[in-house]
Design a protein around this ligand. Structure first.
Ligand code: KG4
Ligand code: ZN
Length: 339
């Protein structure tokens, strides 16, 4: 029998407010990557409403699967593996993706592989950089997570530090809201900050204990709120651009410094960055400058692969499958799945 050259994964991601489906070959090549975004719907409420998210996933998912197959020019028979985000995320939202993946796996007889959402974010870099291989240090910055993790191999990751309160993307979104920007605020704050002076309004840099890889982002949100209210009470103007730039500078200096410290202490050569906040333009400049200065190789996906998408899950599912992972139909959504 002729040996099959490629393993094609059909991957489903529905952990938050994007219904995303992709087809990925050998964990590295995107054949299609479709996303039905719910952002305009949740914007009306100023944040993701879990019940509304589940309902929209349910309405969209079959259509997005069809679109992804069409775009790749493939049929379900040509798919080898069904990958799906198992967690973490909103449980009702995850369940829609998982139930769909299970149904396709059952009907087609193809193996089902559950994936950790963060493993997916890290894997977005395998799609962007075909020759990138572990080990490396990873900095994962998203709406729900902020981690520094040592990626030993494709399926072995050790978390060195995490946030003790808000995730960095959450801090971006809350500060953006204080500044009157629409949901999700991160990309809007990014644009506003580009027009501001990062030194005009200084916020506290929170490094926690010496040597700690943990983060804390909730204090700065209060710091911004106090500054804005204080200015208003004094009848003084607020330069939103400067506040945005000052906030961004304070959080990004800390994440970049801690990531570089981890690279040094673990004698690594590579720093891999991932997650929605990795799309941030200021972060990308700061990382480039810092890594060039220290002689570290840095990797960061294109902005569209930083935010939630199906292709990253397709890549992670491929490597999990290669390591022997196959789930049965009892696989359940796990809202707080550990990395
Ligand atoms: O990874 P992601 O799509 O979803 C989660 O897994 O949470 O991340 C979404 C987060 C949101 O908080 C959003 O505001 C933030 O990423 N984000 C940004 C930018 N683009 C998205 N934050 C700062 N600058 C950006 N350009
Ligand atoms: Zn995500």
């Amino acid at each position: 029998m002729k040996e099959k050259k490629e393993i094609i994964v059909l991957a489903i991601e529905s952990s938050c407010d994007e219904t995303a489906v992709a087809l990925v070959a050998n964990g590295r090549k995107i054949l299609s990557n479709r996303i039905a975004s719910q952002i305009p719907i949740h914007r009306l409420y100023g944040g993701v409403v879990p019940e509304v998210a589940s309902r929209h996933h349910l309405e969209n998912i079959n259509l997005v699967v069809e679109e992804a197959l069409d775009e790749a020019g493939l049929t379900m028979e040509q798919v080898d593996v069904i990958g799906v985000t198992q967690g973490p995320g909103l449980v009702g939202a995850l369940l829609i993706g998982i139930a769909t993946a299970k149904a396709f796996a059952l009907v087609s007889g193809k193996p089902l592989v559950g994936v950790h959402h963060i493993q997916g974010h890290i894997s977005a870099n395998y799609l962007e950089y075909p020759r990138l291989k572990p080990p490396f240090m990873a900095l994962i910055l998203s709406g729900g997570h902020s981690h520094i993790a040592y990626v030993k191999s494709y399926n072995e990751t050790e978390v060195l530090g995490t946030t003790r309160d808000d995730a960095i993307g959450e801090a971006y979104d809350k500060v953006a809201r204080i500044l009157g920007l629409p949901y999700p605020g991160g990309p809007h704050l990014d644009q506003l900050a580009a027009k501001g002076n990062p030194k005009a309004v200084e916020f506290k840099r929170v490094y926690l204990e010496k040597g700690s890889y943990d983060f804390s982002f909730s204090g700065i949100k209060t710091g911004v709120l106090n500054y804005v209210n204080g200015q208003k009470q004094k009848g003084l103007d607020i330069c939103r651009e400067d506040v945005a730039a000052g906030f961004q500078q304070a959080v990004l200096e800390v994440v970049v410094a801690k990531a570089l410290q981890a690279v040094g202490e673990y004698n690594q050569e590579k720093l891999v960055v991932a997650g929605g906040v990795a799309a941030n333009s200021r972060l990308r400049v700061m990382l480039k400058d810092a890594c060039e200065k220290e002689g570290i190789q840095w990797y960061i996906p294109s902005p569209s692969l930083c935010t939630d998408n199906g292709a990253m899950i397709g890549s992670a599912a491929y490597y999990a499958y290669q390591a022997g992972r196959v789930d049965d139909l009892t696989m359940d959504a796990i809202a707080n799945l550990p990395l």
